[in-house]
Design a protein around this ligand. Sequence first.
Ligand SMILES: Cc1cc2nc3c(=O)[nH]c(=O)nc-3n(C[C@H](O)[C@H](O)[C@H](O)COP(=O)(O)O)c2cc1C
Length: 379
Amino acid sequence: MRTMASIEDLRQTARRKVPRAFFEYAEGGSYAEQTLNANCADLERIRLRQRILVDVSERSTRTTILGEPVSLPLVLAPIGLCGMQHGDGEILACRAAQEAGIPFTLSTMSICSIEDVAAAVAKPFWFQLYVMKDRGFVRALVERAIAAKCSALVLTVDLQILGQRHRDVRNGMTVPPEWRLKTILDIASKPGWALSVARGKRKTFGNLAGHIRGMENVNSLSHWIAGQFDPALNWKDVEWIAGLWPGKLILKGILDVEDARIAAQTGAAALVVSNHGGRQLDGAPSSIAALPPIAEAVGSSIEVLFDGGIRSGQDLMRAIALGARACLSGRAYIYGLGAGGQAGVARAIEIIHNELDVSMALTGVTSIGEIDRRVIAAM
Ligand SMILES: Cc1cc2nc3c(=O)[nH]c(=O)nc-3n(C[C@H](O)[C@H](O)[C@H](O)COP(=O)(O)O)c2cc1C
């Protein structure tokens, strides 16, 4: 992994190692991918302000998220089917995050279950919840997250209906999954991946299998899931979840100032400014365009987290400068996982960490608390 100099290097390696259908599932966005592309493009357009002759010999990237100390302001985002980028992907990514001193978030749609991950790692992790129509199942899932001692519940609020991803349609990543000859031949040409997935604990949705009567295989479960996203989801459900969950609640998927103001009044500990990595409403603003007015509107009433397009430490700095307390990373760590399992995720975190540290030095700041609009160059 030492020769991997950037997240782009990890991406290129993952592209070679992971079957195309799964790589493109991670890489792609919804419809014309305008919002997906804008997430990265708008971040890149923000120029950092070079400062000189400031003593930056003592620097620290340490900070806190929801009161918990972290080595840098980064969280691994919830990723559905993470264990299809590499066998046992959720466990490996969680271990890498915990060794690096940052939180990991397990998706409802993970391959390894909450219990699998809890048994395999040293510390508590965050759990991400989708509210399905079957509220009994949702309640049971929250109880399982409590039993596993998860340290925060991330309630995703931007997927009440699924945006179409054209690449998934073309690759047969549909309901039910289509096993095309092209996909089978592609998998046969990726023996390292096939071996890691074959050796992995599970091959289907770990949090669901065995918990829904009659639904055991990928086909029946993916049908169940497709019918379970709930277009009736509303703020009353947030109240209901807040009543079930005794710990810290995070609302993920907020892109509008009005919604952010309401979120701040729910008692949630944090919100995540996010467009689901450009996978839901195509044509929505980039996350970085949405961040400053939201941060300004909610002030210090709720912690503001951010995701969408983070591919470097410079990006992390840009988002923090514009009002984020910390950022979630999705694809950047998934590329690491596909490229090299746990070592690849560790490398992705290290790359972003080193880039953040050097960017701090070259913009003349020595602590995360000092990063604000003054590190942004006037354009
Ligand atoms: C392959 C993939 C699967 C995802 N699955 C979930 C999920 O299960 N739950 C969720 O809340 N967000 C999910 N997301 C969104 C991420 O948590 C995050 O918001 C997004 O990836 C951030 O953008 P980035 O990939 O540019 O860092 C997924 C994103 C990707 C790329």
